[in-house]
Write a protein that binds this ligand. Structure first.
Ligand code: NAD
Ligand code: GLY
Length: 370
């Protein structure tokens, strides 16, 4: 792969809520990267105890010429802290600093910080602007783009939230250098996702370049982030509020969310649960006659090569499939208690389908055994 130098820009077309995703090295500390961010007197950087020591000062310095005051809020780190209590820490800080309705929030971190900061921005004084500065691969390729914000509830993942778009997304590829290997793999799950649902040529590219991605080759990462953002921008610009098409972005997520909630948030990473969930959803697609066994094998091999689990965890030793089904019935895609799954057809398109419980049970049993 050739080294990259230029900043790549992916537009996301949403009328008067359109914005740019900027992708490149060294952006976090570059004041020019934030030229499109809303002006205001005050900015507040929201981060966590892991990311803030690494990057918050660099970002604060880059923002210093643009805002008279730059405050920081540092949250506890982890999916188990994606809660009302943690959200309130953001509101405490905003109110404590006397932040007005023009204050700009900056989400500096992974998807947990991004989702919570976005939800805080959506609701503080009924809405203040926010900018995403994602520092995990998962957040750069998925969660920072598209305006889904929110927190978890003990009974269901991401159950409380709002659609609320950022004004700008700054993906500094250099931040991926400090990401733990396990988190890099988790991000690759969401990269892989885009292939089966939207772009088989991208799936081919990921297979051919997986070793480079795992080795953090800058050009490979730049392409993966850019192509993922392009696909996500294409989907979101057609169906911002998930009345149809956008649901395809949840390929693997129905099973994955059940794994996360069933094991307890944080036990498996979100990307790990999605990786395994995609294998389960591919098996379901096979049961429905939409793909052949070779496609399931291909996806399973890729997910495993990315360092992600392909065997599903047992959630209940008495009635495991029943536990999965109960958890999946609170999925946001469920309608009148009927669970809807995103299934694929092997040609780069996906659709939503309700399926008989017995078929889902067989997929769960098979996936927990192999
Ligand atoms: P995360 O936010 O928990 O970050 C993973 C870990 O990496 C954390 O410990 C974090 O502190 C650390 N970290 C972040 N950047 C780092 C860096 N550069 N160097 C070192 N450590 C770093 O997890 P995630 O995988 O980024 O995001 C998962 C969350 O995103 C889940 O809550 C999921 O529901 C959500 N999500 C949301 C959307 C959406 O559309 N809004 C889409 C996908 C996922
Ligand atoms: N990650 C799913 C979505 O943004 O719709």
């Amino acid at each position: 792969m050739q080294p990259i130098s230029a900043v790549q820009r992916v537009p996301i077309a949403l009328g008067d809520r359109s914005y740019t995703i900027a992708i490149g090295p060294g952006l976090l500390g570059d004041p020019a990267a934030f030229a499109e961010a809303p002006p205001a007197a005050t900015a507040v950087i929201v981060s966590n105890f892991t990311v803030a020591p690494l990057y918050a000062q660099r970002l604060a310095d880059a923002l210093a010429g643009r805002y008279a005051r730059v405050h920081q809020v540092v949250l506890p780190d982890g999916e188990s802290f994606k809660t009302w209590e943690t959200l309130n820490l953001i509101f405490d800080a905003l109110l404590g600093h006397g932040c007005d309705r023009k204050t700009v929030l900056y989400a500096l971190g992974g998807g947990v910080v991004g989702d919570m900061t976005g939800f805080a921005a959506a609701s503080y004084m009924r809405g203040v602007p926010f900018v995403q500065v994602p520092t995990t691969l998962l957040a750069q390729v998925d969660s920072s783009v598209g305006g889904k914000t929110g927190i978890n509830h003990p009974l269901g993942k991401n159950m409380i939230g709002a659609f609320y778009q950022p004004r700008l997304v700054i993906c500094d590829l250099d931040t991926l250098r400090t990401l733990p290997d396990r988190e890099l793999s988790a991000g690759l799950a969401e990269v892989i996702k885009y292939g089966p649902i939207a772009d088989l040529a991208f799936l081919d590219w990921i297979e051919a370049n997986l070793d480079a991605l795992l080795a953090r080759d800058p050009a490979a990462l730049a392409h993966a982030v850019k192509r993922s953002c392009e696909i996500k921008a294409w989907v979101v610009s057609q169906d911002e509020r998930e009345s149809g098409l956008r649901a395809i972005l949840n390929f693997g997520h129905t099973f994955g969310h059940a794994i996360e909630a069933g094991l307890g948030y944080g036990e498996w990473l979100h990307g790990e649960a999605v990786g395994c969930g995609m294998v389960m959803a591919a098996r379901l697609s096979l049961c429905l006659g939409l793909v052949d066994a070779a496609f399931v094998q291909r996806l399973t091999a890729l997910v495993a090569r990315a360092g992600l689990p392909v065997r599903a965890p047992v959630l209940d030793t008495q009635d495991n499939a029943g536990r999965y089904l109960a958890l999946m019935r609170v999925d946001k895609k469920a309608e009148g208690g009927e669970i809807k799954f995103v299934v694929v057809d092997g040609s780069g398109t996906a659709q939503m389908r309700g399926t008989p419980d017995q078929m889902v049970r067989e997929v769960i049993d098979q996936s927990c055994a192999t």
